[in-house]
Design a protein around this ligand. Structure first.
Ligand code: PEP
Ligand code: MG
Length: 596
């Protein structure tokens, strides 16, 4: 039995789970008997590979059907990635050459060639490559198992006890299948927070942490675990006190969630009557249930790029339209902000693999609106689909990573072109469909007074704005201490953008993670932000916070804060005020509320 231990990983899907460790080894085939063949056997061995491919194809199609039934067609696309690797015949010549030179049977030749591809991709860093490697490995294992007539090791959790699954890596297919069982959480050695598997874990609301080195070892099997994915922490063999603390936390979270659901229709108004619109950030349509459960006044940010991340060909106008219209209809007449793709940075799609993979500085490179203006084919398709959806509700189109007035004006020219095409095709759309800017680059923040005169709304993307204002990579743990929303520069920037927007009578919102951070909410409301857009799971606490604060007090606090030079002073002032508003905050929101 091991000792009490806390291990740090990276949160890929938040939440808390408790259970026994269940080790999941995605059936690595370690040894393959070396069987020699004669040159005349080579073609029959290749025939064996073809038959095997057909068997594996049927297996993968079955997984895909299951995913499609549970989560919809977009997720099923993830399995198509593996199917295209399986059916890729380009490697056949290499396999044939290897067999001719070494006269070994097909399982060995196939493994060698697939391993060469894995090694070529394994630069140890890029999330995108890691995802591709996981897919290639999964296909390789399936093919080898069939070739060697090994049973497919199906995963079963035999007891009714809840388990936390610990593994080296998980494929998207694994996560769907495994989440059918009594699996309450996932811990994996490999994976990034933008990996397909992490996206799925979040959509399925299963807590998950990744990047925990050497965790998948036998000695952990059956051990009691607590997964605190809110903090990115795994606790092994907790003592009584810790276990008790977490049992209490889980119970508290359940009670809080019931409270938030019950109060989802409460109007997000401060004690002194200032209304702050509260919307949801959505990445995939399955998250709409969360919005429904916890009540949102609209969708303040739809991150449309995930539709591209999951596909191997660009989605068609029709596919995009179907996705958008589903959301718009669901929201009835409530506003839906559709953001055009923000690919690049850490979000890479196979359609742009060549352009995006070898950039020295991807966060400042070929990204978001820059790609769209360079690739009118991709841009117009999105705009037409968005405009078509506007006929069925209230759509607003938003452009990410705008850095100059000219860029926004150029984007508007494409909106006009898209409208013109739809008119010619006699397809209806909302002529008044609004367009706005995601202000997330310092140059746009400083030019907010000019941009506001040309846009229908401004939304502040504080995740990137913080990154670029402070020149600190938002995903790099080494410099994480420099990344901070309470920095005076952020307060000044947000104030400037908000005043600029209001001078032109347009809405100014915040859709970065800052909008769901309790202390920042005080700051943002005090700065007179009109709308906060947060991930559905945070709608409840944010609504409760808005309803418990006073705009008048916060306006005066912000006047003091604007004179401060140091982020710590700002943090302390906000915390002090938060405790004044909510003296019983631990009871009211749960202890972890201020630890985010
Ligand atoms: C942001 O940068 O704050 C934002 C909302 O966009 P993303 O997190 O998708 O970059
Ligand atoms: Mg951004």
């Amino acid at each position: 039995m091991s000792a009490f231990q806390r291990i740090q990983g990276i949160t890929s899907s938040p939440g808390i789970a408790m259970g026994k460790a269940l080790l999941y080894r995605p059936h690595e085939i370690e040894t393959i008997p070396k069987i020699h063949i004669n040159p005349q056997d080579i073609e029959s061995e290749m025939g064996r590979l073809d038959q095997t491919r057909q068997i594996v194809l049927r297996e993968l199609e079955a997984v895909r059907d299951r995913i499609e039934k549970r989560l919809g067609t977009n997720y099923a696309e993830l399995i198509n990635a593996q199917i295209s690797i399986l059916m890729d015949h380009h490697i056949d010549n290499e396999i044939r050459t290897y067999m001719t030179e070494n006269l070994v049977h097909i399982p060995i030749a196939y493994r060698v060639v697939m391993n060469v591809y894995i090694q070529m991709l394994d630069d140890g860093e890029s999330t995108f490559f890691q995802d591709r490697i996981l897919d290639i490995r999964a296909v390789k294992q399936r093919v080898l198992r069939v070739l060697l007539s090994e049973d497919i090791q199906s995963f079963t959790n035999n007891s009714d006890e809840p388990v936390i699954l610990v593994t080296k890596y998980l494929t998207p297919g694994d996560i769907i299948i495994l989440s059918d069982e009594n699996v309450k959480g996932f811990v994996s050695e490999v994976g990034g927070i933008t990996s397909h598997t992490s996206i799925l874990a979040r959509s399925l609301k299963i807590p998950m942490i990744v990047g925990v080195p050497n965790i998948a070892n036998e000695s952990l099997s059956g051990e009691t675990l607590i997964l605190d994915a809110n903090k990115g922490e795994l606790i092994i063999h907790p003592d009584h006190e810790t276990e008790h603390h977490y049992l209490h936390q889980i119970k508290k979270m359940g009670e809080l969630n019931s409270f938030y659901i019950e109060h989802r229709d409460d109007i997000p108004k401060t004690l002194d009557g200032k209304y702050v619109e509260l919307d949801a950030n959505i990445s995939l349509s399955v998250e709409l249930d969360g919005l429904n459960d916890f009540g949102g006044s609209g969708i303040g940010l739809y991150r449309s790029e995930y539709l591209y991340v999951m596909k191997h060909t660009p989605p068609t106008e029709e596919e995009l339209f179907r996705e958008y219209v589903q959301m718009v209809r669901f929201m009835k007449k409530k506003p839906v902000i559709l953001r055009t793709i923000d690919l690049g940075g850490d979000k890479i799609a196979s359609i742009l693999e060549q352009e995006l993979l070898h950039e020295d500085n991807p966060n400042m490179g070929y990204r978001a609106i820059r790609i769209c203006l360079d690739r009118p084919d991709l841009f117009i398709t999105q705009l037409k689909a968005m405009l078509r959806a506007s006929h069925y509700g209230k759509v607003r189109i938003m452009f990410p990573m705008i850095s100059r007035v000219e860029e926004y004006e150029e984007a508007l020219i494409y909106v006009e072109k898209a409208k013109e095409e739809l008119r010619k095709e006699n397809i209806p759309f909302d002529e008044q469909c609004e367009t706005g800017i995601l202000v997330e680059i310092p140059s746009a923040a400083l030019m907010a007074d000019k941009l506001a005169g040309k846009a229908d709304f401004l939304s502040i993307g504080t995740n990137d704005l913080t990154q670029y204002m402070l020149a600190v990579d938002r995903g790099n743990e080494k410099v994480n201490h420099i990344y901070c929303h309470y920095d005076p520069v952020m307060v000044r920037a947000i104030q400037w953008i908000t005043i600029a927007g209001h001078r032109h009578n347009i809405q100014v919102s915040v859709c970065g993670e800052m909008a769901s951070d309790p202390l920042s909410i005080l700051l943002l409301v005090g700065l007179n932000i009109d709308m906060l857009s947060v991930s559905p799971m945070f709608l409840g606490p944010v609504r409760s916070i808005i309803r418990g604060i006073s705009f008048k007090i916060l306006k005066s606090l912000v006047t003091d804060i604007l004179k401060m030079e140091k982020r710590n002073d700002i943090y302390n002032a906000l915390k002090h005020q938060f405790i004044q508003f909510f003296p019983d905050w631990k009871k009211q929101f749960g202890e972890s509320i201020l630890s985010r």
